[in-house]
Design a protein around this ligand. Structure first.
Ligand code: PLP
Length: 402
């Protein structure tokens, strides 16, 4: 095999950079996590109970917020928060066009109408100007998205929301641990929803929570999350509890279990380490790719502490004769797993009717045609990062326009 052949991308018949597959994400589960879950399994109490209460307490301490209610997912937290805020039919809720479907589902399930805004290109969060220009007399709330683990322009968005008297519910599914100008995400808006899904900065396999300084929102959310019951199951079945309960509203079954909360608790104990390793991986990517003419690297807005849930590079289309979809396929052929975040909301069949004829999303369009989310997780070694970069460079050089 000659040197030229060795350098051929695997998708063109070359030998893959890696023999084994590097997944886009692998959870970091250690012995302490396993012990924590096993203890709960042996404790005699599996569903919502003392471990969930402790998890909520520790989350409150970590975030520095008055109330945390743990629920089954970030999606549930956002939907219930909107319900608790009284959002419903006839209302409009602003959010980003670059988010996961569930942000928009949360709005639609209340009977309100989602109104999408384009992004800005520093944080890939929603543009404060676009949010403002798309608000109307019917707008009641705004759900900015902290994309990829970095705070969006939340200071400007908060001013915009206050000047229009809008409720501010932050989608921080990616943003556990993020900070904006000294303020932790979770302490800024009226309420903030976090995700503890398997790939997130902090995981309980599945789960989420709402953080809020409002006792009223927290109380309503807790009741809605458990059948509309005024007492949760822990209160009723523990020794000090009673058989009596009252139903205050048409509730849901969105509580979390102690089995999952015990995983969340042990992950929370090592959150600093998990976030540090994500940052080191991001720094290595940035250092190795900084002089590349083929890739635009993520930027960190001044005053932000990024948590690097995602590391998204944009392909420079003027330098590369390969499109994003083919680039992702070429990386997979090198045994590198990567992903795309997100397909803009308005491109999905179901959401298309929410795009009014005069609504343009030029920045989202340009982003989506060029974005690739590289693998990033705390268990990645420096050699894994080097393999990703080698594969990217090999593909880029083969398809260069320069
Ligand atoms: C931006 C965003 N919001 C909300 C969610 C929903 O989180 P969950 O799976 O905990 O409901 C996700 C999930 O990935 C997300 O990426």
């Amino acid at each position: 095999m000659n040197a030229k052949h060795i350098d051929l991308p695997a998708i063109e018949g070359g030998k893959p950079v890696r023999e084994d597959f590097l997944p886009f994400f692998r959870p970091s589960i250690d012995e302490a996590d396993i012990r924590s879950v096993t203890d709960t399994l042996q404790s005699g109490w599996l569903t919502v109970g003392p471990k969930t209460q402790l998890f909520e307490e520790r989350l409150k301490q970590y975030l520095g917020v008055r109330n945390v209610v743990a629920v089954s997912s970030c999606s549930a937290a956002m939907f219930l928060a909107l319900k608790a805020m009284g959002i419903g039919p006839g209302d409009e809720v602003l959010t980003s066009a670059l988010t996961f479907a569930s942000t928009v589902h949360a709005i639609i399930h209340t009977g309100a109408t989602p109104v999408l805004a384009d992004i800005e290109t520093e944080t890939f969060g929603p543009s404060p100007q676009d949010l403002a220009s798309r608000s109307s007399a019917r707008t009641r709330a705004c759900i900015p998205v902290h994309f990829g683990g970095q705070a969006c322009r939340i200071d400007e968005i908060q001013d915009m929301a206050e000047s229009r008297n809008l409720l501010l519910l932050e989608d921080a599914a990616h943003g556990f641990g993020a900070i904006c100008n000294g303020r932790k995400i979770g302490t800024i808006g009226d309420a903030t929803a976090f995700s503890f899904y398997a790939t997130k900065n902090l995981t309980s396999a599945e789960g989420g929570c709402l953080a809020t300084d409002s006792d009223d929102i927290a109380r309503k959310l807790k009741i809605l999350s458990y059948h509309g019951m005024s007492y949760g199951s822990w209160d009723r079945y523990s020794r000090r509890g009673s058989w009596y309960y009252d139903i205050e509203s048409a509730g849901y079954k969105f509580n979390v279990s102690d089995v999952l909360s015990s995983l969340g608790l042990s992950q929370l104990q090592k959150i600093d380490h998990l976030l540090t390793r994500r940052r080191e991986v991001a720094e290595r990517f940035s250092q190795l790719l900084s002089s590349s003419p083929y890739f635009e690297l993520p930027r960190v807005r001044s005053g932000n502490t990024h948590t690097w849930h995602l590391f998204v590079v944009l392909l420079k289309s003027e330098s590369l004769a390969i499109d994003r979809d083919r680039f992702v396929e070429a990386l997979a052929a090198e045994n590198i797993g990567c992903s795309v975040h997100f397909i803009p909301v308005y491109k999905h069949t179901f959401f298309a009717p929410y795009r009014k004829a005069d609504m343009q999303f030029p920045l989202c369009e340009s982003y989506f045609s060029r974005c690739v989310s590289l693998p990033i997780f705390p268990g990645m070694s420096d050699e894994d990062v080097d393999d990703v970069v080698e594969a990217m460079n090999r593909i880029a050089v083969h398809y260069t326009r320069l």
